[in-house]
Design a protein around this ligand. Sequence first.
Ligand SMILES: C[S@@+](CC[C@H](N)C(=O)[O-])C[C@H]1O[C@@H](n2cnc3c(N)ncnc32)[C@H](O)[C@@H]1O
Length: 263
Amino acid sequence: MTSEPIRFTDGAGYDRFMGVWSRLAGQQFLDWIAPKQGQRWLDVGCGNGAFTQLIVNNSEPSSLVGIDPSEAQLAFARKHPLLQSVDFVNADAMALPFADDAFDLAVMPLVIFFVPEPAQGVAEMVRVVVPGGTVAAYAWDMEGGGFPYQSVNETLSAVGRPAPMPPSPECSRIEALSDLWTIAGLEDIQTTAIDVERTFADFDEVWNTVLGGPSAGQALAAMAVEEVSRFRELLRDRLQPGGSGRVSLSGRAHAIRGTVPGR
Ligand SMILES: C[S@@+](CC[C@H](N)C(=O)[O-])C[C@H]1O[C@@H](n2cnc3c(N)ncnc32)[C@H](O)[C@@H]1O
């Protein structure tokens, strides 16, 4: 696996360096699932293909489909040289355009809190995965402070701007994930926490990453120049009280997996 992050060049993305966080946490998630080689994979909410690449590199899938409702993200993923064997489909997690039992394994990495009706998304994964197959997901612990850019959101609130939140942040709690998997009828349900840390060379690197992000970046784009300057100083004070040097951010995600029962 290369350590070079996927970099957005087409304005499609929500974080120019999103591949870094996704790979840090995604590798742990994949190791924890411990999938067999040669399986039929479905990557739900594949985005720019950062996690899809991990599947390709680690799991030798016999087939691999990635779905996402963002055509811009899919277009980026389709161009990636390592993802030429992947079938990318424009679709929503809540209405998967696949037959029952079409996959051995379905994953939803960093997606479930974006799905308006998470239970429907989980039910769809169960439907398209064969009995005995695996349905798994992981998500930043949004309500427990696990989102890596929590400090950015808190600083937005400090300047009176609403912090952007996904539509279903509550479902990233371990209990909520367990309820979703239980209600969907999955068996042998297991959960874990994934902790990651990322060190930036300096505050400017953090700032550039935040500016390129889809959520805080959009909030910042709507601000007047003076307000952005104030926000930047507040964020710098929060992240780099000494005024110089490296900046470390950490994140915590919750992961869940279960087995599809016999029908
Ligand atoms: C944080 S990204 C995760 C991308 C990828 N799974 C990864 O780990 O690198 C979230 C993705 O969820 C997608 N998404 C949002 N709502 C969705 C929905 N209802 N169904 C499927 N995907 C959705 C977004 O378009 C975005 O690509």
